[in-house]
Design a protein around this ligand. Sequence first.
Ligand code: GUN
Ligand code: ZN
Length: 456
Amino acid sequence: MTTLGIRGAFFDFVDDPWKHVGREQEAARFHADGLMVIEDGRIVDFGAYDNIAPRHRALEVTPIADRLILPGFIDGHIHFPQTRVVGAFGEQLLSWLQVWVFPEELKYKDRAYAADAARRFFDNLLAAGTTTCQAFTTSAAESAECLFDEAARRNMRLISGLTGIDRYVPADYANTPEEFYRESKRLIGRYHRQGRSLYAVTPRYALGSSRALLEACQRLKSEHPDCWVNTHISETRDEIAAVQVEFTDCADYLGVYEKYGLVGPRFTGGHGIWLTEDEFGRFSRSGAAIVFCPCSNLFLGSGLFRIGRATDPRSRVRLAWGSDVGAGNRFSLLGALDEGYKIGMCNNAAVTDAAEAERNKISPYRGFWSITLGGAEALYLDEWVGNFEPGKEADFVALDWTAGPSALAWRQSLVGDRPRTVEQAADLLFGLMMVSDDRSVDETWVMGKRLYKKGE
Ligand code: GUN
Ligand code: ZN
């Protein structure tokens, strides 16, 4: 058994800050001098140093000084095979897929290419402070195998699955529904709940799915009800119009996934920018989650997600945040918080309901909860990750508030040499999300092991 202690300034969450309007700090927890005790990768004790240390006399303690230690970030929606097409010029969703994405993803039939990309993918995530993700692969089983294998090598928590598509796609890229069913089934047997891996049945999106492919998904989900389901929904208006033409028997976009029995707990739909009021209500009641991907939504010009609607307490929707790399132009979830904040403010140029306008404001509490505990809850991962509760896996990131762009300096000056209160820590975090990026990520730890150190 390996036991170690980490001493430093810890910031995590115990509740949803949107439930604590005007007193959001009640949802957070800050120990200016804290101690986390880790045994075999799991947190066994956590709290103020003076309270915890006497219980662990012979503990070997690693100090992480002058950093804010947060739970590792959770990226609810990312495309592993788009690592090499980040920042592709000039197209919106449907043409971007054809011009840039399918030709690149086609290369993932080559196992060596896919394995190399998987290493780069996790290197990028760790450098951004992200320790858990839900990731799309390609239509080739090799891509899913390389991703799961690389995650296992690093002992990282991953939700993923073979990504099925058989319509509106080049013929050499498409799956057949039979092959998709057979290969998904094999991959579930090999990876689901092995180590930290979890399997998601993954129809890419309704527009790219024949009825036979959706029936294959339905069969997989009914045979493996504890698997996740991951897909896209209502990202652009022309996509929705095309879905309505294809699925005239479904009232709306969510209705397609409902018809095939996919919507419920552990279902996630990326984007949801153009969902109707009725769809938001059904998301809320079913326990399914939306993933908000601000960088992507702005990069492709898809639209402004209604954060204030999704967080309406009268029918709250589970909400994770994602980078959506490569439509998202950066891996950093600090970058997602930056752009998400701006989307909230843009929404408020038109929103007239004062309560919704208030909910559109991404405070540091709302932002960092969303990429830690909130993301974990939305994706049904909170029994393992999301905060520093004993029993959970010791995934965390050490943020350096003294690094990053020089524009951060004025925020540091508000706090002095180090944050002493939860409000001061939150103030620094707001500076990090709005002004900084990966430069502030100093160390990333997975299951009690340091896997990334800036500059090494
Ligand atoms: N919809 C279907 N496939 C994709 C994809 O790769 N990226 C995004 N952003 N939307 C999609
Ligand atoms: Zn996506």
